[in-house]
Ligand binder design. Structure first.
Ligand code: ZN
Ligand code: ZN
Length: 269
């Protein structure tokens, strides 16, 4: 995760030959700086996939795409809503929720969500050569059956854990903002995220990354403890990590995580 939170979101997904960003919610310059920190040259990015038009997911998309010639992928509704970011020089491809497509050697499975944006999606990113599957679901008003279905059987999940309910209602926000955040078109609380993730656990799942934490109405410790407790009840023995705004999380090697989680092979001799 290059960054995650209400000030900007961007997730780097790499195979040997394909490197994509899911969302580009930092400035173009900051996206480049953070990619370099992770050893990825900005010109080497294969594509940027946009989940919805909100600024914390698109801020640097146009600037970065123009500077580095990176193709942008978004739904037509999101493209229309992002018009102000574009100068007509970007390469823009549209995709449709519910229809999978390939980006290099990654398969993208976008699924519509009910967040308050033009055409928001959650995505599963699969690598058909290894069978590995990553689910990314932030900005979920509420997890629908479709999203639950789309993110089943993942090896890793990036899930929004936006706020603590009590902290939200005590916060110094106008009540209309509180209602919007807590609504079925807003953001998932720690409790709702834990319930959602509990429904997605399987023997394959080895890591859950908590994302899009509010800096005012949540803490990493609280979010992690609510999620860990809920997942442990499901027999989950993997890692729960928290992504934040200030610096990228270290790259997670899903091949290695799967190897470590696999039961030891018994020798026949
Ligand atoms: Zn949003
Ligand atoms: Zn957001």
């Amino acid at each position: 995760m290059l960054a995650s939170g209400s000030r900007g979101n961007a997730t780097l997904v790499c195979t040997e030959s394909t490197r994509i960003l899911v969302d580009a919610g930092l400035s173009g310059r900051e996206l480049g700086r953070r990619l370099n920190l992770l050893g990825v040259t900005p010109d080497g990015l294969s594509a940027i996939l946009i989940t919805h038009e909100h600024g914390d997911h698109t801020r640097g998309a146009g600037v970065f795409a123009r500077a580095h010639g990176t193709p942008l992928y978004m739904t037509s509704g999101t493209r229309d809503a992002c018009r102000k970011l574009m100068r007509g020089k970007e390469i823009v491809h549209t995709y449709r929720p519910g229809y999978q497509f390939d980006l290099g050697d990654l398969r993208i499975e976008p699924c519509i969500t009910v967040h308050d944006a033009a055409d928001p999606v959650a995505v599963a990113v699969a690598d058909p050569s290894t069978g590995l599957r990553l689910g990314i679901a932030t900005d979920l008003g509420k997890p629908t059956t479709q999203v639950r279905h789309a993110l089943r059987g993942c090896d890793a999940l990036v899930i929004e854990s936006n706020h603590d309910d009590a902290m939200l209602w005590q916060a110094d926000y106008p009540s209309s903002v509180k209602s919007r955040i807590a609504s079925s078109h807003g953001h998932l609380s720690n409790r709702a995220a834990a319930d959602f993730a509990s429904q997605l656990t399987s023997s394959r799942l080895s890591v859950v990354v908590l994302a899009h934490l509010s800096e005012e109405t949540n803490t990493p410790e609280l979010a992690r403890s609510v999620m860990s407790r809920a997942l442990r009840r499901q027999g989950f023995a993997g890692e729960v990590l928290v992504a934040g705004m200030e610096e990228p999380t270290p790259l997670l090697d899903l091949v290695e995580l799967r190897r470590r989680a696999a039961p030891a092979q018994l020798s026949l001799f």
